[in-house]
Design a protein around this ligand. Structure first.
Ligand SMILES: Cc1ncc(COP(=O)(O)O)c(C=O)c1O
Length: 386
């Protein structure tokens, strides 16, 4: 019995594999410290809890409209207007089973065989495989050595007649870098001029530090919403600490949204009704929850930066957002997979190899867990390496 070429060609998600490994080691009673995680440790917002219970109490948990329930879409419209300066209509929104599905809906709706999709390294681990699954060709823009953010000139140089879309995640998983206003403005102009889709992965967009904000692409668009090339991907997973609910969404022009709804209808019918109720409850909250989470992460970012500074040969671009740091460990070992395996074996610390994000020599160390784990984890790494 043969598997498909596509299935055979797919790599395993390194982050999910390491997550499982860390959980298994913990279950075996090993003193493992997991600095490879991708979710905040906070409990869900009260509003999400109350709305889920109310939905369960109704005893009716059915299919919903493919693109999501009206309540949640209204919440998303208000949220998008408040934080991104653009008010989408219901026909611009598709609620999905996580931001991941929203990204895949987008790619399946725009990519033809051999179309090129450009994104910078370091990138979120799923981007290359998702582009390939949609039949496209990933085109990766690598930053100059010593930096973690490529320039607009590099993007311009990569554009050609096969370019179908650009995918940008700001702030970035894994580097925590926020792309500048000039960069976003230039990229919006470039994509509008060339008729190329610009997918903004805004999943960490409110988790930004030092009194700054991540620029919104919508602010620089010259097109009316229903002709816009911008597709904003968002969700409750990270900002509301609701990864297990699996609710994300896209905001895009109506014709693309219709195509994405058709794709989703054939794949999952609709996102979970219970989770949609919970997400609507989260979005109806005042904003205090996100601010508390953001502030807590900023404090943990400072702890991570201070601990990493104690290592003799680590270079770090201070993360400006998210809950990841992406230090350069190449002075210790250029092979990040070897280094990650060695740290797991000798220090019992889980760190994700940078090569999985397209930049060798780095490790991704998360600071979404307990502060004592950040301190103990980095100190164990130091004992092994220095
Ligand atoms: C950059 C980025 N985009 C999208 C996602 C997917 O989010 P969700 O859990 O809502 O599918 C993640 C999750 O780790 C991510 O890091």
């Amino acid at each position: 019995m043969q598997l498909s070429k596509m299935a055979l060609s797919l790599g395993q998600s390194a982050t999910l594999r390491l997550n499982e490994l860390a959980n298994n080691l913990k279950a075996e009673g090993k003193p493992v410290i997991h600095l490879g995680g991708g979710e905040p440790e906070e409990k869900i917002p009260d509003g999400a809890y109350a709305a889920s219970l109310k939905k369960l109490d109704s005893r009716y948990v059915r299919y919903t409209a493919t693109s999501g329930v009206a309540d949640l879409k209204a919440g998303i419209a208000a949220y998008t207007e408040k934080h991104y300066g653009m008010r989408p209509a219901a026909g611009n929104i598709v609620v999905s089973s996580g931001a991941k599905q929203a990204i895949y809906n987008f790619l399946l709706s725009v990519v033809n065989p051999d179309d090129e999709v450009i994104f910078p390294a370091p990138y979120w681990v799923s981007y290359p495989e998702m582009v390939r699954m949609a039949g496209g060709e990933p085109v990766i823009i690598r930053p100059e050595p010593g930096t973690v953010v490529p320039t607009l000139e590099q993007f311009k140089a990569a554009f050609n007649q096969h370019t179908k879309a650009v995918m940008l995640n700001s702030p970035n998983n894994p580097s925590g870098a926020v792309f500048s206003e000039d960069f976003i403005k230039g990229l919006v102009e470039l994509c509008e001029r060339c008729g190329v889709w610009l997918m903004m992965d805004d999943i960490y967009n409110r988790l930004v530090f030092d009194g700054k904000k991540a620029p919104s692409a919508f602010a620089f668009s010259k097109k009316p919403p229903d002709e816009s090339i911008i597709v904003s991907i968002n969700g409750v997973s990270k900002t509301f600490s609701m990864t297990g609910f699996r609710i994300g969404w896209s905001v895009a022009q109506a014709p693309l949204t219709k195509a994405m709804v058709k794709v989703q209808a054939q794949v999952t019918s609709c996102p979970s009704a219970l989770s949609q109720a919970a997400a609507a409850g989260a979005l109806a909250e005042s904003g205090e929850f996100v601010e508390k989470l953001r502030k807590g992460l900023e404090g943990k970012r400072d702890v991570m930066v201070a601990e990493l500074a104690k290592l003799k040969k680590v270079k770090l671009h201070k993360p400006q957002g998210t809950f990841y740091s992406f230090p350069d460990f190449s002075a210790y070992d250029k092979d990040s997979t070897k280094l990650s395996n060695m740290l797991l074996e000798k220090a019992m610390v889980v760190a994700v190899p940078g090569v999985e994000f397209g930049l060798e020599g780095h490790l991704r160390l998360s600071y979404c867990g307990a502060e004592k784990d950040i301190i103990e984890g980095v100190s164990r790494i130091r004992k092994v390496l220095d």
